[in-house]
Design a protein around this ligand. Structure first.
Ligand SMILES: *[C@@H]1O[C@H](CO)[C@@H](O)[C@H](O)[C@H]1NC(C)=O
Ligand SMILES: *[C@@H]1O[C@H](CO)[C@@H](O)[C@H](O)[C@H]1NC(C)=O
Ligand SMILES: *[C@@H]1O[C@H](CO)[C@@H](O)[C@H](O)[C@H]1NC(C)=O
Ligand SMILES: *[C@@H]1O[C@H](CO)[C@@H](O)[C@H](O)[C@H]1NC(C)=O
Ligand SMILES: *[C@@H]1O[C@H](CO)[C@@H](O)[C@H](O)[C@H]1NC(C)=O
Ligand SMILES: *[C@@H]1O[C@H](CO)[C@@H](O)[C@H](O)[C@H]1NC(C)=O
Length: 341
């Protein structure tokens, strides 16, 4: 949620000096010979399966001003419900979380939207989001992410994120402790591929004023925005394993592994992940703990607003806030979020 795509390179350079001061103990020499291990053969069993009304009963509607500076007015559950911005579609049990697309809002004003946070928190596990659609439209900034207490100390994991007309999904970790955390690019070799995504920045260390984090961009245009929706959505998975690292996959609707559909997920069947953060260069348990899950859509703000002029979208971001029609498809249609341990 804090990722700034356009700032990633700058931040990676900026934090190069800091990384040197907190070097991880394992020598680089070892890294080249190692086979990347991004999954286990562990058997996962469901811990929490959120579906339909569960998002209203077991998650909390955030009503503060947007911490990322967006042009949104986050709604309480009762206001979101009465405005038709949060509801269960009786036809298929999907949960819809929408941006207001009917109100007259002035340019630069705050358009009603929804941000929900799971009451429960997690410090590892296998997390799966199945969505039929995600919010699209100029100025929008949707995200499915997780965050611990006292940001950034307990870290942040951005599983689905992007802005404006972004073509592919961005996956980002933000670490906030002095325990070094970087993407280990040495694990991806010609004989042993560890991730399919493009590395955008390798240093995960984030502060309130420099929070690009370490990121991958997916290579599949079905992983975000219109491409995701045109493929009837799909699944995103995060394997958060304190001994191996973090791995993330995206599957378009037609390619969802049957073990996921059958609720007996086995990541060792899923192939190379889109993003992989090896525990060899990041102490996972020191940097990421007690995370609540978050689903939101903001508008403009730090990232969607900052990147707007180079996005190909018309006019300015603050003017687009006033364009109700632009937000007709700015909605999440969520089939479920599952947490396995
Ligand atoms: C999972 O089990 C299969 C079959 O026993 C084996 O080939 C594979 O290496 C195992 N994967 C991991 C990550 O342990
Ligand atoms: C809809 O979701 C609710 C809440 O999880 C669940 O109890 C119910 O069985 C679901 N209905 C269908 C048809 O899947
Ligand atoms: C989740 O938290 C909200 C806000 O504190 C509370 O109203 C709700 O009852 C909680 N849900 C559960 C299932 O505990
Ligand atoms: C990862 O390794 C594969 C196989 O060698 C290669 O095709 C790909 O370009 C590498 N990815 C990155 C981001 O270096
Ligand atoms: C990772 O951090 C935890 C908590 O600070 C610590 O107990 C553990 O020893 C660290 N592991 C490594 C490999 O440094
Ligand atoms: C308003 O949004 C719609 C849908 O994105 C777009 O077609 C139209 O050009 C926008 N109007 C203005 C004035 O930007």
């Amino acid at each position: 949620m804090h990722a700034l795509y356009f700032a990633a390179v700058v931040a990676a350079v900026h934090f190069g000096t800091l990384a040197g001061a907190h070097k991880y103990s394992r020598s680089r020499h070892h890294l080249f010979a190692r086979t990347p291990q991004y999954t286990t053969n562990k058997t996962y069993t469901v811990q929490d399966f959120y579906q339909a009304e569960d998002f209203f009963n077991e998650w909390t509607f955030f009503t503060g001003s947007d911490p990322t500076g967006g042009n949104v007015a986050y709604q309480s559950m009762s206001d979101a419900t009465s405005k038709g911005l949060a509801y269960v579609d009786d036809c298929d049990n999907s949960t819809v979380l929408a941006v207001d697309s009917t109100s007259s809002i002035p340019a630069g004003g705050n358009r009603p939207s929804v941000r929900i946070t799971s009451n429960k928190s997690y410090s590892s596990g296998l997390f799966i989001l199945d969505a039929a659609a995600m919010p699209v439209g100029c100025g929008t900034w949707p995200s499915f992410w997780s965050v611990g207490p006292n940001w950034p100390y307990a870290g942040e994991i951005d599983i689905v994120e992007g802005v404006n007309n972004q073509a592919t999904n961005q996956m980002t970790l933000h670490s906030g402790t002095s325990s070094a955390c970087t993407i280990d690019t040495a694990v991806n070799t010609s004989t042993s591929e560890a991730y399919t995504g493009h590395v955008l920045g390798t240093n995960c260390y984030s502060t309130p004023t420099a929070d690009a984090g370490c990121a991958f961009s997916d290579t599949d245009t079905r992983s975000f925005g219109y491409g995701f929706n045109n493929a009837n959505g799909g699944v995103f998975a995060l394997l958060w394993d304190t001994s191996l690292g973090m791995s993330m996959w995206h599957f378009a609707r037609s390619e969802i592994p049957s073990d996921i559909t059958n609720r007996a997920p086995n990541p060792s069947n899923w192939g190379v992940p889109a993003g992989f953060w090896s525990s060899q260069t990041c102490n996972i348990s020191a940097n990421f703990y007690q995370h609540s899950l978050v689903i939101d859509t903001t508008i403009c703000g730090n990232w969607a607003g900052g990147a707007y002029s180079s996005s190909g979208c018309p006019g300015t971001c603050s003017a687009m806030v006033a364009n109700a029609t632009n937000f007709v498809n700015a909605k999440w249609i969520i089939n479920y979020v599952a947490v396995y341990q």
